[in-house]
Design a protein around this ligand. Structure first.
Ligand code: X8Z
Ligand code: ZN
Length: 614
């Protein structure tokens, strides 16, 4: 399956020195020297090299994780500096090891040694040039970009809004002017990132090139156990499968938003203004549910209301619900340290990165989440999402360090979401959050609400890296960063900025994952995979009926099969992990289409006579 790309020629002497002098010796590969034809490296040396690399990496990762945890929980100049220094070490060490690993390129090696060498080369999402000054510069820029985003806010008079406050405006407000002010306000946070972002692109590309990749985007695409061009084609295939459903959702939502805001604001046949979709980035739309719901829909409950009106449900208890779901499947409860060390509430007296994340500080069981939880449906979902990461991390913690990862990054993002798909009305009744199960007539509203999140997200999940890949390849130059961003927003999502934008803006930087250098295609994959996982698990649990009514809560059989996939970590190519759970070796969008089939039919009826597309 995989083609092994050759990295820059390595240096035999460097390797011999490394093995002879021990792990602590730092040897930088010299690219000008070539391997003498008569000197051979052996499989034993390769194995010794990778074992040593893993133990050194593990130490550096742990130190790096602790420094980043502190920075993310407590943003100051000093925590940022310490985090940058720790990540500089990880980057420097990994680049050095990845370059040395090239010595074994031509050897016939046992499967695990070969796979680990390959994973080592791809381990960094932020490679740096081997020149120490440039590594330090890149690590420092990366930490600074994170901090700018994490501490970002804008003020109107005396009142200042951070990302959480802006998020709340998008959840609550139906006032187009107020939404516009919040939309524009949040985007004043990112223009100061522009120059550093540009330098980060240069340095990270140089780092990727030293490792033998054309640029950083090419390196990111190479992580999927298949030739990178095939992976890009795979994404197109999946997108083409789901695009018709997205377009019909778009058509319906646009028509109904036009009823609310007026056709002069939301015009038929034109892109939807990006500030009216109930989310700062227009990535999920369920906050518009009331405006676009079926006219006859009698939704008898709203999860946010249930959570807010029930006695005793605070941030901590919401997380307990998530944990209990996993234990119902047979997973062990989270360790006490999870409850002692996690961050659930936004700190009142200092700045923290509120974007939700899951952590494993010691690659054993020091699991944590960091999240500024609101008691509402959206965060109930996000809690399940984050716990999915933690249970995955724990499931593979017995594996060698370079295998402590998901089958591909889409899998990591899909696990918790898969569980959240089982938070059905039936489940809410089972756990006492709802009195009685709503009648089948309400299914349409349930499906529409979910589609506003899951289907609306798909083009957004795809376009962020379509943009970054072209930024990294040089096709999108700095003079066109913002325009090219909006071109893709239009092409994939059919949305447009509500006010003219220019190259004085840097709108991509207003989305966490861009300044934080987190690849985003993973979320697109996860949105396809979670339905595939859900369909398989429902089958294993013996459920019969429409997929949207299935909850695997309490099914030990489903839990066991899920665990079988999770415990494989990244030790095997992802099609094998997928097969272990679903029996399929390909990512398959028919599951998400099956799930929403009743809604698709209803949308087609609604859209009759409407002019769809943009
Ligand atoms: O960033 C996240 C998670 C953390 S991995 C909260 N997500 C993406 C986003 O918020 O943009 C989850 C869905 C998409
Ligand atoms: Zn995640």
């Amino acid at each position: 399956m995989r083609t092994f790309r050759s990295a820059p020629s390595g240096n035999l002497l460097a390797l011999v020195c490394l093995l002879a002098l021990g792990a602590s010796t730092v040897v930088v590969a010299d690219h000008h020297e070539t391997k003498p034809a008569d000197q051979q490296v052996t499989a034993e040396q390769a194995e010794a090299f990778i074992n040593d690399a893993e133990s050194r990496l593990l130490e550096a990762w742990k130190e790096g994780a602790r420094a980043s945890w502190i920075q993310a929980n407590f943003i100051t100049y000093d925590t940022q500096t310490l985090a940058a220094e720790a990540s500089e070490k990880v980057i420097g060490l990994t680049v050095q090891l990845a370059q040395e690993a090239a010595l074994f390129n031509d050897l016939d090696l046992p499967y695990d040694t070969r796979r680990k060498l390959e994973r080592l080369k791809l381990d960094l999402s932020l490679p740096a040039p081997s020149n120490p000054q440039e590594t330090a510069e890149l690590a420092s820029i990366a930490a600074e970009l994170r901090s700018i985003y994490g501490s970002g806010e804008y003020c109107e008079g005396e009142t200042c809004f951070d990302v959480e406050d802006v998020g709340q405006v998008f959840t609550d407000s139906r006032d187009a002017d107020e939404l516009l002010a919040a939309w524009q306000g949040w985007r004043t946070v990112s223009p100061p990132m522009r120059e550093q972002f540009q330098r980060y692109v240069e340095l990270a590309n140089k780092g990727a090139q030293e490792l033998g990749f054309a640029n950083l985007g090419a390196m990111w695409r190479d992580k999927y156990d298949m030739p990178p061009d095939d992976f890009a084609a795979e994404l197109d295939r999946l997108w083409n499968q789901v695009a018709p459903l997205y377009k019909s959702l778009h058509c319906h939502v646009r028509a109904r938003l036009g009823d609310t805001y007026g056709e002069e604001v939301v015009a038929p046949g034109k892109p939807i203004p990006a500030h009216l979709l109930g989310n700062i980035w227009a990535q999920t739309w369920s906050n518009t549910y009331e405006l676009v719901a079926p006219e006859t829909d009698q939704r008898s409950y709203d999860l946010t209301e249930l959570l807010q009106t029930q006695e005793g449900i605070d941030e901590h208890e919401m997380v307990r619900y998530g944990e209990r779901f996993f234990t119902s499947l047979g997973f062990d409860p989270l360790p006490d340290t999870f409850w002692e060390r996690s961050l659930f509430k936004k700190p009142e007296d200092h700045k923290a990165v509120c974007h939700a994340s899951a952590w494993d500080l010691d690659y054993q069981d020091d699991l944590r989440i960091k999240m500024c939880i609101d008691v509402d449906a959206e965060d109930f979902n996000t809690i399940h999402h984050e716990l999915g990461h933690n249970f995955y991390q724990r499931a593979y913690n017995q594996l060698a360090p370079l295998y402590q990862d998901s089958a591909n990054d889409g899998f990591h993002e899909a696990v918790g979401d898969t569980i959240a798909l089982s938070v059905t009305p039936g489940y809410l009744v089972q756990v006492g959050l709802l009195d009685k199960e709503p009648p089948p007539e309400e299914d349409l509203g349930y499906l529409l609400n979910l589609a506003l999140d899951k289907i609306a997200f798909l083009p957004f999940g795809l376009l962020i890296d379509q943009w970054r890949w072209k930024v990294f390849s040089g096709e999108f130059t700095p003079e066109m960063y913002n325009q090219s961003w909006w071109d893709l927003r239009l092409k994939y999502q059919g949305i447009a900025p509500p006010v003219p934008r220019s190259e004085a803006d840097f709108d991509p930087g207003a989305k966490y994952h861009v300044p934080a250098n987190v690849p985003y295609t993973r979320y697109f994959l996860a949105h396809i995979l979670q339905f595939q996982f859900h369909r398989a698990l429902c089958d294993i649990a013996g459920f019969e009926g429409p997929l949207h009514r299935c909850s695997i809560y309490g099914s030990k059989e489903a839990g066991q099969r899920l665990d079988a996939m999770l415990t494989m970590g990244s030790s095997r190519p992802w099609p094998e992990a997928l097969e272990a759970l679903t029996g399929q070796r390909e990512m398959d969008a028919t599951a998400i289409l099956d799930y929403f089939a009743p809604l698709a039919e209803w949308l087609d009826e609604q859209n009759e006579g409407r002019q769809c597309g943009w």
